[in-house]
Design a protein around this ligand. Structure first.
Ligand code: GDP
Length: 286
């Protein structure tokens, strides 16, 4: 049979409540509600509960079951013949996902506020494991949408950078490193940009945003002599001389992945395997 220690391991996994929290951010129309609904219906198939309905107006917290075939960081060496795979389907790994509204007005009050409180939390129950930032890859060709999306992502990354550097208001010690997944959604649409160009476009736009911010800060400090420009308000390196890339953020411990997928047509190989790669990213955070 199964060794006793395995029983213990899985008993613990089953008995402990889900405590890995993820935050779902991104502009309105990116597909956050559709993603949440899909994950919830996939999970309820497993637990035979009916999914609740969502609107894009309020923030919701759902408990999601990770498909047993998705490896987690702690069991990545598991093979198909491993008996623990069967155990895993009996006691699946769960995590919690908080969905936030993406509209301009609500974003500041809810998405960013949620990020700030979850990211700063040291309580294991509310501690943040990762941020999923969803984008509509068919909408990024529009300049205004790109600007809006990049501004939101810039603000999110700046908050994480401040926390990582320990310069946040209340945090004195270095916050746990929180990885970011840019979920390049709607890969099923033929007008969709591939994840590589999504990455380039976002990096270039964030570069523009941070350069104009640096200039603004310098002008402000010239106006009021003696008032130091807040250098830690700049994303990436302090002087913002070089070109911005997500790689720059790895120096402060923030890992950003840009991965394609589609909420519509989940599990279909041609659409970036639906949401599978995002689930794999979640698994690697667990
Ligand atoms: P939210 O504002 O981020 O919550 O976005 P919604 O979940 O309301 O999605 C906005 C629209 O995009 C809806 O009409 C969805 O059906 C659609 N949508 C979401 N995901 C996909 C996808 O992967 N492919 C396509 N073609 N449409 C999608």
């Amino acid at each position: 049979g199964v060794p006793v220690f395995l029983h213990l391991v899985f008993y613990r996994a089953a008995a402990s409540p889900p405590s890995s929290n993820f935050l779902l951010l991104g502009p309105s129309g990116a597909g956050k509600t559709a993603f949440t609904t899909l994950l919830e219906s996939k999970s309820s198939l497993a637990s035979k509960k009916s999914p609740s309905t969502h609107t894009s107006q309020t923030s919701t917290l759902i408990t999601v079951t990770l498909p047993p075939s998705v490896p987690t960081a702690s069991n990545r060496y598991r093979s198909v013949n491993d008996p623990s795979l069967n155990e895993a389907s009996k006691n699946p790994v769960k995590y919690r996902l908080r969905d936030t509204p993406g509209h301009g007005k609500l974003r500041a009050s809810q998405g960013i506020a949620e990020l700030q409180s979850m990211a700063a939390s040291t309580d294991t129950k509310t501690k943040l494991r990762g941020v999923i930032f969803m984008v509509d890859t068919a909408a990024l060709v529009d300049e205004a949408t790109l600007r809006d999306t990049a501004t939101y992502l810039h603000d999110v990354l700046l908050i994480l950078q401040k926390l990582a550097l320990g310069k946040g208001k209340s945090s004195t010690k270095r916050a746990a490193e929180i990885p970011v997944l840019v979920a390049a959604n709607k890969q099923d649409l033929f007008t969709a940009l591939p994840p590589g160009s999504v990455r380039e476009k976002l990096e270039a736009e964030i570069d523009r945003i941070r350069k104009s911010k640096t200039k603004g800060l310098m002008d402000a400090s010239m106006d009021s002599a003696g008032l130091d420009a807040e250098e830690d308000d700049v994303l990436g390196d302090d002087d913002a001389q070089g070109v911005f890339s997500f790689k720059l953020l790895e120096q402060v411990g923030i890992k950003v992945d840009v991965t394609g997928g589609a909420v519509k047509g989940d599990q279909q190989e041609e659409y970036g395997s639906g949401v599978r790669r995002w689930e794999e990213w979640v698994g690697m955070c667990l």
